[in-house]
Write a protein that binds this ligand. Structure first.
Ligand SMILES: Nc1ncnc2c1ncn2[C@@H]1O[C@H](COP(=O)(O)OP(=O)(O)O)[C@@H](O)[C@H]1O
Ligand SMILES: [Mg+2]
Length: 269
């Protein structure tokens, strides 16, 4: 498993924060990670200090069927294929295409970087998504193997999750048999807040099978780091939030190894 969708149709739950910082934590372990920003709001870019024009964005990569000149090296082992606001038009432009659900998948499969296919150059491709269930998100789910869902520890956190899970199943049954729910992460965790604890309990009750043990604490450092265009691991490497992303990276890799072993043993049966 290599391509992961970071998805939740709610806005402001921590999709971009999780994508950027988990990617950074993995890159610090020597894993080569490409972040694909497939959200017209382009927050993954701004959170990493990158702002681009349409010509330099994934939109143009789709037009030219070429990624090499659009991918930027952000730090050692960390790369970004940035978005721009022009992506808002994509939804309509896709509607009439024959392979409209496969546009992103096709791009990731045919593009190369430094002379190698993206899928072999990178250890991981993390796709950041917009707050919707739309043709853009269908493309993201069709292009991915794993789904990671951030949950904000706030009111109504679990509302809409069954629709999201159903959507994932539907894409698996139609366009992408390789897709699986891989993980769920509690974001903005505040143990002093009773609501946080209630949400954590509910999440454990219903989604224990995918919930990561590691939680990401609530901290002002996260938005501070983003306003400086840095991952929180670069902004405050020793802060507890940074530590939590490093722990999550460990847990992510361990789960991946177990999943791949399980998949292999099913294949061998
Ligand atoms: N652990 C956290 N502690 C405090 N603020 C956070 C945390 N995670 C995310 N945020 C803030 O919450 C807001 C929404 O997060 P974001 O990742 O942009 O969500 P999404 O991509 O789902 O819209 C941002 O302003 C971000 O800085
Ligand atoms: Mg976002």
């Amino acid at each position: 498993m290599k391509v992961f969708a970071f998805i939740n149709q709610k806005g402001g739950v921590g999709k971009t924060t999780l994508t950027i910082n988990l990617a950074r934590a993995l890159s610090l372990k020597g894993q080569r990670v490409l972040i694909v920003d497939f959200d017209p709001q382009a927050n993954a870019g701004s959170g990493l200090g990158v702002r681009v024009t349409r010509e330099e964005s994934i939109y143009q990569a789709l037009v030219e069927e070429e990624c090499q000149s659009k991918i930027r090296e952000i730090a050692s082992c960390l790369y970004l294929l940035p978005s721009s606001i022009d992506l808002v038009g994509l939804e309509l432009e896709l509607a009439n295409l024959e392979r409209r659900e496969f546009v992103l998948k096709d791009l990731l499969e045919l593009c190369t970087y430094q002379g190698k296919p993206l899928l072999s150059f990178f250890d991981f491709i993390f796709i950041d998504s917009p707050p919707s269930l739309s043709l853009i998100t269908v493309n993201i789910l069709t292009a991915s193997q794993g789904v990671v869902i951030p949950l904000q520890c706030e009111y109504y956190a679990l509302e809409g999750l069954s629709l999201l899970v159903r959507t994932v199943r539907k894409i698996k049954d139609t366009f992408n048999p390789d897709l699986r729910l891989f993980g769920m992460v509690l974001m903005m965790f505040d143990p002093r807040n009773r609501l946080t604890m209630e949400i954590a309990e509910e999440a454990r009750k219903h989604f224990k099978w995918i919930l990561f043990d590691t939680v990401i604490p609530k901290s002002i450092r996260v938005s501070e780091a983003q306003s400086f265009g840095k991952s929180v691991l670069d902004y405050e490497p020793h802060h507890k939030v940074s530590e939590s992303f490093k722990n999550l990276a460990e847990e992510f890799l361990a789960r991946l190894q177990n999943t791949e072993l399980a998949l292999k043993s099913i294949e061998n049966e």
